[in-house]
Structures are given as structure tokens and as C-alpha cells.
Ligand binder design. Structure first.
Ligand code: NAD
Length: 340
């Protein structure tokens, strides 16, 4: 089913989304405050430099499935769903600049005020958990005089593309996620992605917002980890590339959900939410510490067993375990193959 969609912000995410959704058969109107970008799209020229995007924009323009405008009212009137892809840069103090998002939501809200049919607004920009509730919805409701969820649809659809491979990433995402509290909005997004072969998840809005940050943080964590291993390996005269190549081949423990699964399943391993590093860096004594969540090593185990038949002894860890558990917490643990 073809969807009539307006895309606000013709930067990286907006340009790729506009061209790719048009290619998937949807009728796309791009909107930007920057007249040059609007003119470029209308001339069949991409607003960004990216492999394949130039040909795609030109082709979609020629086929009449993609156009651009600065007229917000007309774009909202002529489409059923608006995707917000404006920038959310960091401020000097590290906070997110939400001014562009708030402004664009007010503009869309004003247009919704005059619209007879139901419109759906989807946030594609990266925003912190709570932004849709605290900034986006109030701006839309204020400007439209209508109620989110009841009078217009509202959702959050995080974008996972990477610059450099964005068109490929658009067609091969790990999953498609929409955060929304209303089923009709999930259906609109499902229709938009109907031709994309990826699992579809409709979740709470906060989950979608937080998921995007979690993914970004994890990718950053991996880059920092690889760099640190590289530095240490180099200092020791070890081939870091070979180490990382082998490291990445372990899809059971390293490149897997292992050690993350305690969070994924709230019924198990609650203690493991605090990472258990299991390193022998010194004693940790706490009356609230009862049981280490997992064995650290065979050597440690035997040392412990020699001391006590009911390892680990209450309140007496021999090595630091950041995965301590409170006495009130359940004793089940996902990564606990041998202790009770
Ligand atoms: N670039 C990426 O790789 C990437 C990937 C995933 C998510 N994101 C997120 O997507 C969002 C957009 O990122 P980007 O890189 O495309 O930003 P960008 O700066 O390249 O583009 C933003 C566009 O929004 C336009 N704009 C600003 N206010 C507007 C308004 N009121 N109406 C219409 N257009 C308006 C700007 O003129 C600009 O063209 C950000 O939140 C970003 O964090 C980016």
C-alpha cells in the first residue's frame, strides 16, 4: 500500500529516507527551511554526498514520486504521515538542542489544526527518553489544539543508518522499531516499511527512544574497547588485528547477547545487571553482599571450595564482584552454571 509521506529535514537522514521511501512506492514530499536543499531535490539532485543517493534522487524525481517544498501547510495537507528528521545537535554543555524539533512540531501542529483527516507524526530524529512526551506532544497539541493519540497519531521511529552506507542500511536494518501508545500509528509505520525485510517491533515510546541511545552507546563502547585492546596489544608487541579477528569469531560469548541477557529477561539474573567483572582486585566486604552471581575461574572456585563447602561465604568475597546481590533479591542467575 502506497503511503503519502512528508519528510521534515532534508539533511542526511531526511534525504536518504525521502529517496528510499519513494523507491519503495510511496509518494514523498520533502520539507526543509533551507530553500537551496528544496531546490536541489526538485532539480533531482541529492542534498548529501553518499554512494547511490544521487542516482536515486534523480530517478525518483523523474518518476514523479519525490518532490520538495518549504510550505509546511501544503506538505501536511497533501500527506497522511510526517516524519521528523531535523537535527538534534549537542549544546556546549552536552545537552540536546531540541529547538529545531520543537519548532517543526509547532509548524506541523498549526497545519494539523486546519486538517480534516487524521494525520500521524513520527519522530525519526535521535532524542532522549521522555522527549516525545515532554517536548514533541506538548508542541503539537499547543499548536493544533488537538489531543495526541486521539486526534492525531504520534510515534517514534529511530533511525539506525550509518553515514557512508546509509542506503544499504536503510534496506537492511537490524529491525524496524516504532514507539507508540496507539495501535493506529503502529499500523501506519508498518505500512511504510511493508517492503523492508526486517523484524518489526511496536513498543512503548520511551523504549524506542532509549533503544536508539543504547545502540549508539554500545557502538561507542565497542570502538573504545577495540582501540584500548589495540593500544595494549601494541605496547606488548602483540598483533592486535589477529586478536580482534579471533575475538570477533566468538559469536557465543563475545559477539552475542551473552552478559546482556540478564537485562533482557527480568525474571533471571537481576544481580547481573551490575556487571560482574570477577577480577581479583581485592576484598569486598558488605553485609548486603550475599552471593557472587557467577563463578570467576576454576582457580578461584577451588580456593573458595577449600575454605567453605557453601561457597561463597556470606559477606566474605575474596575478590571484588561488582555483580553483588542484595539479600532480598532472588537467587536465580542466568550466568550461574554451577553455584546455586
Ligand atoms: N546522520 C546520521 O548518520 C544519523 C543517523 C541516525 C540518526 N540521526 C539523527 O537524525 C537527526 C537528523 O540528523 P541529520 O544528520 O539528517 O541532520 P542534518 O543536520 O544533516 O539535517 C537536518 C535538516 O533539518 C532541516 N531543518 C531544521 N529545521 C527545520 C524545520 N523547522 N523544518 C524543516 N527542516 C528543518 C535543516 O535545514 C537540515 O537540512 C538527528 O537527530 C540525528 O542525531 C542521524
Amino acid at each position: 500500500m502506497s503511503v503519502r509521506v512528508s519528510i521534515f529535514g532534508l539533511g542526511y537522514v531526511g534525504c536518504v529516507s525521502a529517496a528510499c521511501f519513494a523507491k519503495e512506492g510511496h509518494e514523498v514530499v520533502g520539507v526543509d527551511v533551507n530553500v537551496s536543499k528544496v531546490d536541489m531535490v526538485n532539480d533531482g539532485v541529492a542534498t548529501i554526498v553518499e554512494h547511490g543517493i544521487g542516482e536515486l534522487v534523480a530517478d525518483m524525481r523523474q518518476q514523479g514520486r519525490l518532490r520538495a517544498t518549504v510550505d509546511v501547510g501544503a506538505a501536511v495537507r497533501d500527506t497522511d504521515v510526517s516524519l521528523v528528521c531535523v537535527g538534534t545537535p549537542s549544546k556546549a554543555n552536552g545537552a540536546l538542542e531540541l529547538g529545531y524539533i520543537e519548532r517543526v512540531c509547532e509548524q506541523i501542529g498549526e497545519a494539523i489544526r486546519d486538517k480534516a483527516t487524521r494525520h500521524t507524526v513520527i519522530i525519526r530524529s535521535t532524542v532522549l527518553p521522555g522527549t516525545t512526551r515532554d517536548v514533541v506532544i506538548p508542541a503539537l497539541e499547543r499548536a493544533s489544539g488537538r489531543v495526541a493519540g486521539r486526534d492525531f497519531g504520534i510515534g517514534m521511529n529511530p533511525e539506525f543508518l550509518r553515514e557512508g552506507t546509509s542506503i544499504h542500511d536503510f534496506y537492511a536494518p537490524p529491525f524496524t522499531v516504532v514507539g507508540t501508545e496507539d495501535a493506529a500509528t503502529a499500523d501506519v509505520v508498518r505500512a511504510l516499511y511493508a517492503t523492508i525485510d526486517a523484524p518489526f517491533h511496536a513498543v512503548e515510546t520511551g523504549v524506542a527512544e532509549m533503544l536508539k541511545y543504547s545502540c549508539n552507546c554500545f557502538h561507542g563502547l565497542k570502538v573504545a574497547f577495540a582501540n584500548e585492546i589495540g593500544n595494549v596489544a601494541k605496547a606488548l608487541g602483540v598483533d592486535s588485528h589477529e586478536v580482534m579477528r579471533l575475538f570477533s569469531l566468538d559469536t557465543k560469548l563475545n559477539i552475542s547477547a551473552a552478559y546482556l541477557e540478564a537485562l533482557a529477561s527480568p525474571s533471571v539474573g537481576r544481580a547481573c545487571r551490575r556487571t560482574c567483572v570477577g577480577s581479583p582486585i581485592g576484598p569486598r566486604r558488605s553485609t548486603s553482599t550475599r552471593r557472587c552471581c557467577r563463578p570467576h575461574s576454576r582457580a578461584m572456585r577451588s580456593r573458595s571450595s577449600a575454605r567453605s563447602t557453601s561457597w561463597p561465604r556470606r559477606g566474605g568475597h575474596e575478590w571484588a564482584c561488582l555483580g553483588w546481590r542484595s539479600r532480598r533479591e532472588p537467587t536465580t542467575c542466568a550466568s550461574r552454571p554451577w553455584s546455586r
